[in-house]
Design a binder for this molecule. Structure first.
Ligand code: NAD
Length: 437
């Protein structure tokens, strides 16, 4: 199939490359010329495992192109909208201006049999509004909503082999035709028995935001338990193991720590709250405000713990911050709890030296005031305290004895509860985790 992808960020670039790899002829379009230049040279504009390889092989087939010119979408039968839907400044609601602009830019280039496929995460009701806009424009093209569940760090794998597909389509013939076209787009995944849910626009939009709301709630639930564990002298990691054995609960997403971040969960639960209020159902998901508050409290707690552990002040103390990305295997620092902790410590007068295998360039752009070191050993040298805030494999596997030779004081604060307290304590360290005695 001939497919265009509008917006080539974390979602769109991976989608474009994977669809081409699966045999489609794809053009990726973005307004960011620097990003397009990199992609056109088969180079990923951000860190995503496997993306460079798939860009390289898909480009070699001749089926993948990138452009800044929206007119290049002409000839494609399916147009995927993958632009950003960030939080509006000073509000909880989503900023839909990029989605609206992408559709307006597409309109003059749409043929009567074309299908526009929304993949961006949007508030419920957006697809119906955009479908009405398509009708009003009279171009004859139809709309489907196909929410995306890929995880940064596993985006290529998740796109090639999604764990489910959801199509939100219009009622009647139009919807049947849209679903047929989507079946062609996802032929490979469907041939591997990927579960498929075909539903209406509103349900498809809600599937995405409710999935994120559930995951955020699960994380904040265990972090709330961590707060109680801290007060009661209990161990939240043992608690999580124990309740996680109950298959109705499950162990995944029950890792207490400094909480969630990134370009999705935080802004998605806020936008969901705002949309529910518009719908007169604010109280139904008012708990998400609490989920957000618990999440933000954990970063504060981490900073408090560093201050406490350093005797009441971090002023002029050297604090090594291990990790900046919101999670491992990503360079994404949007709403990153790790970066936030580094910034707060710096604000309190600490001499912060932060390191991360992938996220230093993005962090420097946002917070040039921080100290950075690309080499972990350089970052650790002379530290009064070490703070682990992104659980990259290389930090999880640090040898406490070896690291102990580099630092000034053997004090480690494990913001992700991924280190073995006993091993670190045996090597002479003061170990503090989140919600652990
Ligand atoms: P991003 O900021 O990385 O990418 C958005 C891209 O859209 C940017 O490159 C931007 O230049 C481009 N863009 C903006 N306006 C445009 C226009 N009019 N025409 C062409 N390009 C335009 O964001 P992202 O992380 O890729 O997220 C995109 C959407 O996907 C969001 O709604 C997000 O919630 C959703 N989503 C993201 C992920 C993820 O893991 N990042 C997963 C699932 C869903």
């Amino acid at each position: 199939m001939r497919i265009s992808v509008i917006g080539c960020g974390y979602l769109g670039a991976v989608t474009a490359a994977c669809l081409a790899q699966l045999g489609h002829e794809v053009v990726g379009v973005d307004v960011d010329a620097a990003k397009i230049e990199l992609l056109a040279g088969a180079r990923a504009p951000f860190f995503e495992p496997g993306l460079d390889e798939i860009l390289g092989s898909a480009t070699q087939t001749g089926r993948l192109r990138f452009s800044t010119d929206i007119a290049d979408v002409e000839g494609a039968a399916v147009h995927v909208i993958a632009v950003g839907t960030p939080q509006r400044k000073g509000e909880n609601a989503a900023d839909l201006s990029y989605v609206d602009a992408a559709l307006e830019a597409l309109l003059p280039h749409l043929g009567p049999d074309d299908l526009v496929v929304g993949k961006s995460t949007v508030p419920v009701g957006t697809a119906a509004r955009l479908a009405a806009r398509l009708d009003e424009a009279g171009c004859g093209a139809t709309l489907a909503w196909n929410p995306e569940f890929l995880r940064e760090g596993y985006a290529v794998r998740d796109t090639i082999s999604p764990d489910r597909l959801v199509y939100g389509v219009a009622a009647g013939e139009e919807g049947v035709r849209a679903a047929k076209l989507l079946d062609e787009v996802f032929a490979e995944a469907l041939a591997h028995d990927t579960p498929l849910i075909v539903t209406d626009y509103a349900t498809a939009e809600l599937v995405k935001v409710s999935a994120n709301a559930f995951l955020a709630t699960k994380i904040s639930f265990i972090n709330a338990m961590a707060e109680i564990a801290e007060a009661a002298g209990a161990d939240v990691t043992a608690l999580a193991d124990a309740i996680g054995h109950d298959t109705r609960i499950g162990r995944r997403f029950l890792n207490a720590g400094i909480g969630f971040g990134g370009g999705c969960l935080p802004k998605d639960i806020r936008a969901f709250t705002a949309r529910a209020e518009e719908l007169g159902r604010g109280e139904s998901i008012a708990f998400l405000k609490e989920v957000d508050k618990i999440n933000l409290r954990r970063r504060e707690r981490m900073v408090e713990m560093v201050v406490e552990s350093l005797g009441g002040t971090v002023y002029q103390k050297k604090v090594t911050v291990l990790g900046l990305a919101f999670k491992p295997e990503s360079d994404d620092v949007r709403d990153s709890p790790a970066l936030d902790v580094a910034v707060r410590l710096n604000g309190l007068g600490a001499h912060v030296v932060a390191t991360d295998p992938a996220a230093i360039p993005n962090s420097i752009r946002l917070h040039p005031q921080l100290g950075f070191a690309t080499d972990t050993r350089d970052a650790l040298r002379g530290a009064d305290a070490v703070v682990l805030v992104t659980e990259w494999a290389q930090y999880r596997s640090l040898d406490p004895v070896e690291v102990g030779q580099l630092v000034r004081d053997r004090l480690i604060l494990d913001g992700r509860n991924v280190l073995d307290p006993q091993t670190w304590r045996q090597a002479g360290w003061t170990y503090r985790g989140m919600g652990r005695p």
